[in-house]
Design a protein around this ligand. Structure first.
Ligand code: ZN
Length: 134
């Protein structure tokens, strides 16, 4: 997996963002693939999305994909297995705190933002909490 696979605009990025992509997204997922044999890839290069790009798409520009200072970013992951199988693998082998499951689109949004419960949480596509991971 390459850092460019997680960059939606394909423009050059800062070293800060490159390091975050490598350490907080690519390495945990490569470890998950090695442990499970599941093939996992970034959905439509939706890892790092610059604020200006998200705003152009009608979003706030402050989402987790924007890798704002002090944050660790987000990636949308997809795989060659059913989405629930992917979810369980991501829960087991990564430290992501929030999992947004989008069954229709076939990806899971993963980030490191704090949750209300203080525990890792799974959300449905409307960002309603479906599960608190104990
Ligand atoms: Zn996402």
């Amino acid at each position: 997996m390459n850092i460019s696979d997680l960059c939606i605009t394909q423009d050059p990025i800062s070293l800060r963002i490159a390091d975050l992509i490598l350490v907080y997204h690519i390495r945990p997922i490569e470890r998950t693939m090695a442990e499970t044999g599941i093939r996992i890839w970034c959905s439509e290069k939706s890892g790092y999305r610059p604020s200006w790009w998200d705003m152009k798409k009608g979003r706030s520009g402050t989402g987790a994909h924007c890798f704002l200072p002090g944050e660790f970013g987000a990636t949308d992951w997809t795989a060659n297995v059913q989405i629930q199988v992917l979810l369980e693998a991501l829960i087991k082998y990564t430290d992501y705190t929030r999992f947004g499951v989008y069954p229709a689109s076939g990806f899971i949004h993963c980030d490191y933002r704090k949750t209300k419960s203080g525990k890792r949480q799974v959300y449905n596509e409307n960002w309603i909490v479906e599960r608190v991971i104990e």
